[in-house]
Design a protein around this ligand. Structure first.
Ligand code: NAD
Length: 432
């Protein structure tokens, strides 16, 4: 366990000098101190929030299919639990690091708070390439990792979820290994499970749905009619395809969608249902397209709204000047670097931040957890209705700060989150 974090810098210094190689952890800590200053957050609370509560590093030995033993490294970072149990994904990725887990766990704390969900932030992962694991190896790795972190996860303490390289089946193995260890079936230990063991309706499509809801709210706010709004979406996976299809359904013109291979561009509007999502057929977005552009050309398109929904750090100091869209809605986690964000702010291009826009995922995870605790499943109508209500409430809270303080949408979302966390610290105090 450790708690070293980078030094804090002031807003101007960090924005002027930062470049795109700035670490994700430094970015999150800088954002925290910048926003804390604006709302006079107690410096003692800022100090506590600048450090994760705990970071666990474990070794995960497994038997490979050829009989050899390989030892992987796994992490679980638990950032803050002042508002409730830790919550956050588990990713399998060869390049995952301790600091990345800490940074992502902090972002989860803010995301839960902006949605007013009674959870704190966590993130974990194993340094493994899921493409190099057979299904049996994936299962062995998951069960052993669960065993190694078994003492620190649980329905009332820390609740993992799927993330890069993990899926509903991975969650089923975690749930089974944990339940076997504690001698009792505990569906609430993870979210994003298969329906047969306590998963929720609507969980899969929830992040894309929330991106579409926030995009629609933003269009309304700026007095745009969705019917006259052109949108380009980067990434046509779980988040991007769902968001694009809903916005298409609500009348917007989705003129470009992309995957790693390229951009499908149809200025008159794409029939998004006819384009296979990543899940339906991986990397087939440009198959049979009349006009295909290089992946990086997506940002140069003359559209009203841009939805980066693929991976992090794609809008950088290098390409931010190519962007001509009037509004950005972040579907992916951290698609905009800190330096690019500052330039977008200078150029008056509003950015609806990830911690609000894609928070539908953790919100429906919270609904799943409630259903597991109560052993009572909700209908998909109920899930979607409650998600819509939660997203609209969060939008209203963020919009109020945006208008009253004349800050960016990102800062407004952070202000909502940090005010709630600060109030919880005020009430609880520090003990022992
Ligand atoms: P996914 O794997 O289902 O789809 C990713 C898509 O992005 C694919 O179409 C892929 O081809 C495309 N892509 C990857 N690299 C690209 C590149 N360099 N240029 C263009 N396209 C590229 O992933 P997902 O679950 O939709 O997640 C997308 C993002 O949303 C990630 O940042 C993820 O962390 C975030 N997110 C996901 C969830 C969730 O529950 N799925 C929730 C919140 C946030």
């Amino acid at each position: 366990m450790s708690s070293d974090t980078p030094p804090q810098t002031d807003r101007t210094e960090s924005r002027d000098q930062s470049d795109d190689s700035e670490s994700a952890l430094q970015t999150v800590v800088d954002q925290l101190s910048e926003v804390a200053e604006q709302i006079d957050l107690d410096p003692n609370v800022v100090e506590r929030l600048s450090h994760p509560n705990s970071v666990y590093e474990v070794t995960v030995p497994i038997e490979r299919d050829d009989g050899s033993i390989e030892v992987f490294t796994g992490y679980r970072a638990q950032h803050d639990s002042v508002r409730g149990p830790y919550k956050g994904g588990v990713r399998y990725n060869p390049s995952i690091t301790r600091d990345e887990c800490v940074a992502l766990s902090m972002a989860m704390t803010w995301k839960c708070a902006v949605m007013d969900i009674p959870f704190g932030g966590a993130k974990g992962g194993v340094q493994a390439n899921p493409k190099e694991l057979s299904e049996r190896e994936h299962e062995r790795l998951t069960r052993r990792f669960t065993h190694e972190i078994g003492d620190i996860i649980g329905p009332m303490t820390d609740i993992p979820a799927p993330d890069m390289g993990t899926d509903a089946q991975t969650m089923a193995w975690i749930m089974d290994a944990y339940s076997t260890n504690v001698g009792e079936t505990k569906p609430g230990v993870v979210t994003g499970k298969p329906m047969s063991i306590g998963g929720s309706e609507g969980r899969e499509g929830a992040p894309g749905r929330s991106v579409a809801l926030i995009a629609r709210k933003a269009a309304e706010y700026y007095d745009w009619s969705l019917d006259d709004t052109t949108i380009a979406v980067q990434g046509f996976g779980s988040v991007g395809a769902k968001a694009a299809r809903l916005l298409d359904d609500w009348g917007a013109d989705i003129v470009a969608v992309s995957d790693v291979k390229g951009v499908r561009y149809e200025p008159d509007g794409i029939d998004t249902m006819a384009v296979p999502s990543f899940e339906e057929e991986p990397e087939a977005v440009t198959d049979d397209a009349d006009e295909v552009l290089a992946p990086e050309q997506l940002f140069e398109l003359d559209v009203d709204m841009l939805v980066p929904a693929a991976i992090g750090n794609v809008i950088t100091k290098q390409n931010v000047h190519d962007i001509t869209a009037d509004l950005i809605v972040e579907g992916a986690n951290g698609p905009t670097t800190h330096a690019a964000d500052a330039i977008l702010e200078e150029r008056d291009i509003p950015v609806l931040p990830d911690i609000l826009a894609n928070a539908g995922g953790v919100t429906v995870s919270y609904f799943e957890w409630l259903q597991d605790i109560n052993r009572r499943a909700w209908s998909s109508e109920r899930v979607n209705n409650e998600l819509d209500q939660e997203m609209h409430a969060a939008w209203d809270d963020v919009r109020t700060e945006f208008e009253q303080r004349s800050v960016s949408w990102r800062d407004a979302a952070y202000i909502v989150a940090l005010s709630r966390i600060g109030a919880a610290y005020d009430a609880r105090g520090l003990w022992p």
